[in-house]
Design a protein around this ligand. Structure first.
Ligand SMILES: NC(=O)c1ccc[n+]([C@@H]2O[C@H](COP(=O)([O-])OP(=O)(O)OC[C@H]3O[C@@H](n4cnc5c(N)ncnc54)[C@H](OP(=O)(O)O)[C@@H]3O)[C@@H](O)[C@H]2O)c1
Length: 315
């Protein structure tokens, strides 16, 4: 099954407590187990960001591959740049300046212990992004073979076009929040000519734009952090979530699969070839997720899930 999975392994939960200054031994052991399980399941594309666990998600990978270089040989690495975490006054920033982007990639390469990123995503749109600075940054990163591919995250089609025009390079991927809980990716499509579309945080036509332009669609938080697949919903759970979850379990039973697989199959049924970026650190849940590869929901099953999770019929 090596390398066969469309799923991407997200590493935001690795590296240990965000406030721990150093990578602890337990964090390395946990990460090694998660990487090993993902690879055994055929997942060979790993997603990082400079900020995850304040750099320790990347560092933990670097530590693991010191003793297990085979892991590094089997996977492709994606990281992100452009977010600065809050300072002591609670001021956080997005920074696409050339100096910040280049410095961030240099640090990521060092932390990860690799010579090049297979993909770099600009994490969230920086309103102060300057076309000249973007060009300077990406010319440097590509010419020095520090990255092989440019992508973005949380951006609409106009921002993608802006970045392509500024850099003179193709944007290859866009990572967005896409799940049974966060339905903007669908509401942005059906919301034309009715006011529901305006509730979507996604620009109408974004999904179609990415499909037409061969931009890989990556889904972050695709399992809605376990909400429909076994997470404790507390004492007064939301009725919409309960009904959706019940149907997820019914489908899983019928299809002899896992609830995780149904939740992910809902996303993967979209013709855009969406790649879920799964973030579980639990080996059993990683295995349960890969089951999604063999499930295709019927149109009715898919629409029923959509309607249950939006809590009302389509317009
Ligand atoms: N581009 C962006 O702006 C952005 C933003 C957020 C995330 N991301 C990327 O997307 C990846 C996935 O994000 P995510 O971790 O939020 O997504 P997710 O895959 O929807 O959720 C994984 C999280 O939910 C928990 N979980 C799942 N099933 C559970 C269950 N049955 N019971 C209890 N807990 C359960 C996991 O805990 P366990 O580890 O215990 O299983 C883990 O903390 C990240 O790793 C990162 O790479 C990108």
């Amino acid at each position: 099954m090596l390398g066969k999975s469309k799923l991407i392994y997200g590493t935001m939960g690795l590296g240990g407590d965000w406030d721990e200054p150093k990578v602890a031994d337990e964090a390395i052991i946990k990460a090694e187990k998660a990487f090993e399980t993902a690879i055994d399941c055929g997942i060979t594309f790993f997603d990082f960001a400079d900020i995850y666990s304040r750099g320790k998600s990347e560092k933990v990978f670097g530590e693991v591959i010191k003793k297990r270089p085979d892991i590094c040989e089997k996977v492709k690495i994606q990281s992100k740049a452009g977010i600065i975490l809050p300072d002591e006054e609670g001021i956080n920033q997005f920074d696409f300046s050339a100096s910040h982007l280049v410095k961030t990639v240099e640090k990521s390469l060092k932390n990860l212990g690799v010579g090049m990123l297979d993909s770099l995503l600009l994490h969230r749109p920086d309103p102060l992004m300057n076309p000249k600075e973007l060009k300077e940054a990406f010319d440097y990163l590509f010419e020095n073979k520090m990255i092989a591919q440019l992508g973005v995250s949380n951006m609409n089609q106009y921002q993608i076009q802006f970045i392509e025009k500024a850099t003179g390079r193709k944007v290859r991927a866009n990572q967005l929040e896409i799940s049974l809980l966060h339905l903007d990716w669908l509401d942005g499509t059906i919301g034309v000519n009715n006011d529901e579309g305006f509730k979507s945080t996604m620009t109408p036509g974004l999904m179609e734009y990415m499909m037409m332009n061969n931009i890989e669609i990556q889904a972050w938080s695709p399992m809605a952090r376990g909400l429909f697949s076994g997470k404790d919903l507390g004492e007064n759970p939301n009725e919409i979530i309960v009904k959706t979850k019940d149907y997820v379990y019914e489908l899983a039973k019928e299809k002899k699969t896992t609830p995780e697989a149904i939740v992910l199959a809902f996303i993967m049924r979209h013709p855009g070839g969406i790649r879920p970026v799964i973030g579980t650190t639990n080996p059993e849940r990683i295995k349960a997720s890969v089951e999604a590869e063999r499930i295709t929901l019927s149109r009715r099953e898919w629409y029923k899930l959509y309607i249950l999770s939006r809590g009302q019929m389509l317009p």
